[in-house]
Design a protein around this ligand. Sequence first.
Ligand code: MEV
Length: 419
Amino acid sequence: MPDSSISKFFEKSRKERLDIIANFANLSNDELDLLQIENGGISYNQADKMIENAIGTFSLPLGIATNFKINGKDYLVPMVIEEPSVIAAASKGAKIARIKGGFKVLADKSYSIGQIQLLDVTDIPLAIKKINNSSDEILQLANSKSNTLSKMGKGAKEISCKEVNAPSGKMLIVELLIDVGDAMGANVTNTMCESVSPLIETIVGGRSLLRILSNYSTRRITKAMATFEKEAVGGKIVVDNIVSAFEFADNDVYRAVTHNKGIMNGTIAVANALGQDSRAIEAAANAYAAKTGRYRSLSKWSKDDAGNLVGTLEIPLSIGIVGGIANVHPIAKICTKILGVSSAQELACVITATGLAQNYSAIKALATEGIQKGHMRLHARNLAAAAGATPEQIDKIVQKMIEEKKITLDGARELLEQI
Ligand code: MEV
């Protein structure tokens, strides 16, 4: 079984890294060539077909987080992000989690929620009864819009109704619950909502207005858990301090937003690499953070009986591995292959575990030496590498740059010459 705990991956050359990835994920020569094309994978012509008024493309760094073991399987995790330290932090978090077996993650089935807004309904309780009585007919019509889902035994499964009180009066909201399988499912959800709204109007009277999916995907929750061994974390005091850091986030919205932003550093970087709709993920995560009526930490940190640190992260995730740009963008396709996920649920597990690993490393740094020291060390390391230092020279140069507080490319070049 492939092993994702690759020692000193960050010190390897690009070629060595690519060889490791190619070997791990069975990449073809064509796929390796594509990864090395400097425009980030899509041509202007492809971009022009994706969006309106296209004038070019915009690349971001793609890196690989190592050490991930999730539900017993090893993963090399592609991450697209412009921020330094994030990939190192995710890899470090995964390395510590690995000692106690890695991440245990459970993902719900992929149920999407579609909403139909009905106005001018005179008797809402009666309308709800009528909709419930006609639910088979409505579901059948919805399902006639997707042969693919129907053939797989998926598709629209349930209908529910709720009343929303607005300043202009009461409105009836009908919700479709749709098993979208391995797709993100936005298109099929919108299509189904639009297709059933005339039928719903004839059943209850009134007028339908909005017909659209809800991005608050509370029927697609993923929950990750990992134990971080006490000594590897830094001992009892560090464990206690990390729990205090969590309590700060869980009880103060100003800290909670930053804490959750750190989680998003992990989740969104993986989502970006695999061509997911990151806005949908963030919008849902933020609403979920406020589900108790107060915006809180998305993760929870505590100690087990042996004093080890235990972290959990629960987030809604509407993501997919079929349809959307995940199947169009050549680099997103290769990233899916590197990750080796075969279902949307498996991808949800990886995204959530990466968010938890990232959160661990951020609060561990904050609760110990502070965030800047590690940042500067990494920055120095990148500069030393950019100056042309070999892996053997890098540590020496980094140490000197930090001692001399001269962390610049010129400084790295000078030190390299001296060596
Ligand atoms: C920086 O991108 C993320 C952190 O601010 C997260 C946190 O404060 O927990 C380090």
